[in-house]
Design a protein around this ligand. Structure first.
Ligand code: NAX
Length: 323
């Protein structure tokens, strides 16, 4: 029997309410692995967190070793194998985006410092709370003992959305689509890129769509899918976000034979600033995430990549005093 410790922050929130149950249902770790869950939220959410704990216990999951609920970062992060930083402050009515950035930046700075103090250096960290890429940058700056490639931010929801919308246009199954990635920020400037896509048993892909559909429908629909969900549901994506965190964690634990989109520390490929976390096409193995370099980038694609880079540089400028 092996044991893995997984910490989830924002554990009383909406995403966690799906995520915890997905992870414990299995599929990521070998069957003989027991999971100790450490659920962190703010003191005001302690009663809700207790209710979540009772519900988890009521599922009688075979995979569950034990469950700890806490508002204490030392307890939450100590010895964790995987830390899923989901918790963040939501944007309240009338609040400026820069204020939200700064409020969340200080949460992620404190959490980074606590992680650095209490975690082993093999800990893998996935940043979900928004602005996810910039929060990942902050965490990386405050966790000097953790290798930067152990820290990634969630872009898998955007990739899953793009694959699903593209599959529906082509009338093929989602798993038959490969090498579809999303570049840049988890925001409306992201660039869903189908220029390298391969679809099983399908050649002449371009006969199935035209550039007008690509520019006017596909790209904006993926970029604004989060807002579309809020429009319909009245709340932000939660189950699909949790499913994407599950997929991202699965890729990190087991590797992937497809290209994956994750926010990672930019090391300047494609001439993107090395001072930000940016989503690239990655080759992911159990031990590393490698940016896929040397792709042919058209002039038009480059323009998209620059717009989303500029937004991330702007976010970095707003929070730079906390780095
Ligand atoms: P909720 O508002 O339902 O839950 C957030 C939870 O975080 C709350 O329980 C809150 O008490 C807790 N929290 C706040 N400050 C905390 C702190 N300092 N320490 C620990 N917990 C803290 O939001 P939810 O819908 O679960 O979304 C969570 C975050 O994910 C948000 O920032 C959201 O914007 C972000 N998302 C990121 C996505 C991505 O692809 N990167 C997609 C989905 C989602 O929008």
């Amino acid at each position: 029997m092996t044991k893995k410790i997984i910490t989830i922050t924002g554990a009383a929130g909406n995403i966690a309410y799906s995520l915890i149950f997905r992870i414990l249902s299995g599929g990521i770790f070998p069957k003989n692995t027991k999971i100790q869950l450490k659920l962190l939220d703010i003191p005001e959410s302690s009663k809700i967190l207790q209710g979540v704990k009772y519900e988890v216990e009521d599922c009688a999951f075979e995979s569950l070793d034990s469950i700890i609920t806490t508002d204490n970062m030392e307890i939450a992060f100590g010895d964790s194998d995987y830390i899923l930083l989901v918790g963040a402050k939501p944007r309240s009515k009338g609040m400026q985006r820069s204020d939200l950035l700064l409020d969340n930046a200080s949460i992620f700075k404190n959490q980074g410092q606590a992680i650095n103090q209490h975690c082993k250096d093999s800990t893998r960290i996935i940043v979900v709370g928004n602005p996810a890429n910039t929060n990942a940058l902050i965490v990386s700056q405050h966790t000097p003992k953790i290798p930067t490639h152990n820290i990634t931010s969630l872009m898998r929801l955007d990739q899953n959305r793009a694959k699903s919308i593209f599959a529906s246009k082509l009338n093929v199954s989602v798993p038959s689509i490969r090498k579809l990635v999303v570049w840049g920020n988890h925001s409306a400037t992201q660039f869903p890129d189908i220029s390298n896509v391969q679809v099983d048993d399908l050649t002449n892909l371009h006969d199935k769509y035209d550039d007008n559909w690509l520019r006017k429908e596909f790209i904006p629909r993926v970029q604004n899918r989060g807002a579309e969900i809020i429009d319909y549901r009245g709340k932000s994506s939660a189950a699909s976000a949790a499913s994407a965190v599950y997929d991202h964690l699965n890729s990190i634990v087991n590797g992937s034979d497809d290209w994956e989109s994750m926010g990672v520390a930019s090391i300047n490929p494609y001439n993107i600033s090395s001072e930000i976390f940016y989503s690239y096409p990655l080759s992911v193995t159990t031990h590393s995430n490698k940016i896929i370099e040397g792709l042919d980038i058209s002039r038009e694609t480059l323009d998209y990549l620059k717009v989303t880079e500029e937004e991330l540089i702007h976010e970095r400028d707003i929070i730079k005093d906390l780095l």
